[in-house]
Design a protein. Structure first.
Lengths: 589, 239
């Protein structure tokens, strides 16, 4: 175990998932010397090769491509008065690790937030009478306009080969797409995926009931696609192994399929794996970083000098590194001062499972993103203000996988014994879901900080999450329940079961929702309420940029990856155009 | 044929039970259906890696009730589910768990697993406690109970009424042992045969899951048509 110092680079990128690979290629293309440090292992063609990924037990039960809780646990508590306990096993969310990060095993739902979602505080101030929204809610606007960010969403759509139905082309509403989406500068690069049976049944009933369903926008590509970096993505073969799996058909846009092939060919880029960054090191003036320190696989401590530091790990990895490194002021929920850790949000899900004896859904014949959804119940599109809560949901019928471990059975089916065994034979492949994926507001007492007790294997404190459901989110769930059950009854199954949060629910970290944790180092217009400016640049340390879900001031109902890609590309452009020429704060506080 | 299978399984269960000194009793509880479904020469010949002979007897008897041979479809014994559980416990299962203290064993269930035990310890301590509880409650080891009693005992384990604390195990509750055992049994039944269970892909054939075929471009739009092909496994076996 020795101390090593690497050669200096222009940019060190911490984490080689979507944000890290996009930032790396954009900055490398501008001529900068870029080195990425990935805490996990490499993941290359051998990991994707058929039939290896077609293994539910390894990938979906044993979390083969995820970080272990042993290495990556957090602590969780429901309120500031209680003692947080570690996530000893994963449950509500399962963060990835290794090259590709969560971008390698994501489902590939590439949906944008709406213009209202990115200006939610403005909308709330206009649409809600003062005092209606819960005390302590501290939602914010994203610090840019729709027209400023849309070109970067568009660019990311092309990087991924978005397969979708265009709903709004430069203001023109097109039939079959999402009429509530923000105006697109260009149509979807590729047509949507084929509908599965559940998608069609759901869409037919939803349309009949007056909703506006459209195919899930997908980064599992419907046709062969060559993206702007020159990478080729193969047409999806509906293999049924997507969310939590590497794509065995190279059809899911991921850092590997969409970015890294081109990036690895560049002489001014390289990457190190099993390089666990422990700290960003600061210059003596405290205003700029001089690089990062990481532990390598051999137990050496390595200093990597760099002119620019990009923290591109998962949301809570980035926030934790900022806290461990003293970048920005830690958030204090009592005084409301400080910004690092502020506005942590999760999300909720729920829905109904419908059983049809005479329907064969062939759930194994599906893409991760297969499904239809509608956006009618998102902020600004329904009577939220009169209902007294803010937020919304994607309401969808998706069929992400048909692998059989964990198959839902009709209520009343025995949990074991002959009844369970025969229930599996009677009902496997005979059910579909109507689901919600909700927004989640941010609150004064929902935040992250360093845990006082529990440490990781490198002796550093775990990140502590303080979070629980608030009445706003629970009332939203109850409203959505009525809508979902209305659709469910219209679909007329033989039976159905439902799963929604009751008004007295507490956050249950054992039940999987989605790995869409956001906030903690949010972007904004003011250094008083945000850790990062609109270019994801630390207000306090100007050569540190922090792309990722950490930048969201609250969680919208859309999946986060489209926005994470867009924010990263937006920031990369500013670094190339402005920062490199004149290093310093890109926004004056 | 039926007779030879039956003989084989009885012989196998007996050989496992011999190591339990307290049990000089004939093995009962093998249903006709279980015998008929029994095609498990490798289970018969299998020497557990993780489980002791006594624990193995319990695992065999419990798996046989959690997914019995009765009725339609293959049971856990026929599909080598106990081998799956043994090999998982002998392998890396649980090495991913964060097990640094302090431990709040009374934490609310919503905060997830908070015991200081590895999964291996849960099985080891849990089976020992459950066998003591069975002795105290029924006067017999679990594997020696009749089928109705076995189901009754498992229900009590599931419901938390099998009181481990009375037998010295104050941290682990019977509910947790049950839920781990049930999950692993169902996983072993449904996972690829490469992990030791789901022998002959019988569970996949029974439910209609095509396994690792993983290519359905021509099927995705054929709505409500039963898929005609049997499963393939990761090693290329066809069912």
């Amino acid at each position: 175990m020795t101390n090593i110092t690497n050669d200096e680079v222009d940019v060190v990128v911490v984490g080689l998932g979507w944000a890290g690979s996009l930032m790396s290629i954009e900055l490398a293309q501008a001529g900068l010397r870029v080195r990425a440090l990935e805490r996990g292992g490499d993941r290359s063609n051998a990991d994707f090769k058929y039939p290896k990924p077609a293994d539910q037990y390894a990938y979906a039960v044993r979390n083969k491509v995820m970080v272990t809780p042993k290495d990556g646990a957090l602590t969780v508590r429901h309120n500031m008065q209680s003692t947080a306990l570690p996530t000893r096993q994963w449950g509500a969310f399962v963060p990835g690790t290794g090259v590709g990060g969560s971008g390698m095993h994501w489902t590939g739902v590439l949906i944008r937030p709406t213009p209202t979602d990115i200006k939610l505080k403005t909308y709330a101030n206009q649409a809600y009478k003062p005092g209606i929204l819960g005390e302590g809610m501290q939602i914010e606007d994203f610090p840019f306009t729709w027209d400023e960010i849309e070109p970067y969403m568009d660019k990311f759509d092309k990087i991924c080969g978005l397969s979708s139905k265009t709903g709004n082309l430069r203001g023109q509403i097109l039939v079959g797409g999402d009429p509530f989406e923000g105006p697109r500068s260009h149509p979807s690069p590729l047509p949507p995926l084929e509908d599965t049976l559940n998608s069609k049944m759901f869409a037919d009933v939803a349309s009949k009931m007056g909703y506006h369903p459209f195919p899930n926008p997908s980064a599992n590509v419907s046709q062969a696609w060559k993206n702007p970096y020159g990478n080729q993505i193969a047409p999806c073969n509906y293999c049924g192994y997507c969310s939590k799996y590497p794509c065995l058909n190279f059809s899911k846009a991921s850092p590997q399929t969409a970015v890294l092939d081109a990036l690895k060919r560049m002489d001014n880029f390289d990457y190190r794996v099993n390089a666990n960054v422990l700290k960003v090191e600061m210059h003596a003036d405290g205003k700029t970083a001089k690089g990062v320190t990481y532990a390598d696989a051999d137990g050496n401590t390595v200093f990597q000098p760099a002119k620019i530091v990009v923290l591109a790990g998962f949301q809570f990895v980035n926030v934790r590194l900022m806290l461990l490194s003293g970048i920005g002021k830690p958030y204090d929920p009592i005084s409301g001062k400080g910004t690092v850790g502020r506005n942590y949000a999760f999300l909720s899900n729920g829905g109904s499972t419908l059983f049809f004896k005479d329907k064969h859904f062939n759930p194994f014949a599906t893409a991760g993103a297969s499904g239809q959804m509608f956006n009618d119940i998102s902020p600004g599109n329904f009577d939220g203000p009169s209902l007294g809560f803010i937020g919304g949901a994607k309401i969808h019928s998706s069929q992400a996988t048909g692998a059989p471990i964990g198959t839902a059975l009709p209520s009343g089916t025995p949990e074991w014994g002959q009844g369970w065994k025969e229930g599996m034979q009677d009902w496997y492949g005979h059910s579909m879901k109507v689901s919600i994926t909700t927004s989640c507001m941010s609150y004064r007492d929902h935040y992250v900080d360093l845990d006082p007790t529990y440490k990781d294997p490198w002796g550093l404190p775990l990140l502590r999450i303080t979070f629980d459901w608030k009445q706003n989110e629970l009332r939203l769930q109850q409203h959505l329940r009525k809508i979902v059950l209305g659709i469910t009854k219209e679909l007329a199954p033989d039976s159905y079961s439902e799963s929604f949060l009751g008004l007295d629910s507490h956050w249950d970290i054992t039940k999987y929702v989605s790995t869409h944790n956001v906030g903690g180092a949010i972007m904004g217009d003011s250094p008083e309420t945000s850790a990062l400016n609109r270019y994801l640049q630390s207000w306090d340390v100007h050569n540190v940029f922090v792309p990722g879900g950490n930048a969201f001031p609250q969680n919208f109902q859309a999946n986060p990856t489209s926005m994470i890609g867009a924010l990263t590309l937006f920031a990369a452009q500013a670094i190339k155009d402005q920062y490199v020429k004149n290093p310093g704060p890109l926004v004056q506080a | 044929m039926l007779l030879s299978k039956q003989t084989s399984r009885r012989k196998f269960l007996l050989s496992s039970l011999i190591a339990l000194p307290a049990m000089g009793i004939a093995v009962n509880g093998l249903t006709a259906a279980a015998a008929a479904q029994m095609v498990a020469p490798s289970l018969d010949a299998y020497t557990p890696i993780f489980f002791s002979p006594g624990e193995w007897t319990f695992i065999l008897a419990a798996c046989d009730r959690l997914i019995p041979a009765d009725g339609r479809g293959p049971g856990a014994i026929e599909t080598n589910v106990p081998i799956f559980i043994d090999q998982q416990l002998a392998g890396g299962l649980g090495s991913e768990v964060y097990l640094e203290g302090p431990f709040d064993v009374n934490a609310p269930a919503t905060l997830g697993y908070q015991l200081p035990y590895t999964i291996q310890e849960i099985y080891r301590k849990g089976i020992a406690s459950f066998e003591l509880w069975c002795q105290a409650t029924y006067g017999k080891h679990f594997a020696l109970l009749d089928l109705k009693q076995r189901d009754d005992a498992l229900k009590k384990m599931q419901g938390g009424q099998a009181d481990f604390a009375a037998h010295g195990e104050t941290v682990l509750k019977s509910k947790l042992l049950f839920s781990e055992l049930l999950h692993h049994t169902q996983q072993g039944w449904l996972a690829d045969p490469i992990y030791g269970g789901n022998k002959g892909m019988k569970s996949w054939i029974a439910i209609g899951f095509p396994g690792a075929r993983a290519s359905y471009l021509e099927w995705v739009a054929q709505h409500n048509v039963p898929y005609p092909l049997g499963p393939v496994s990761l090693t290329g076996e066809r069912g």
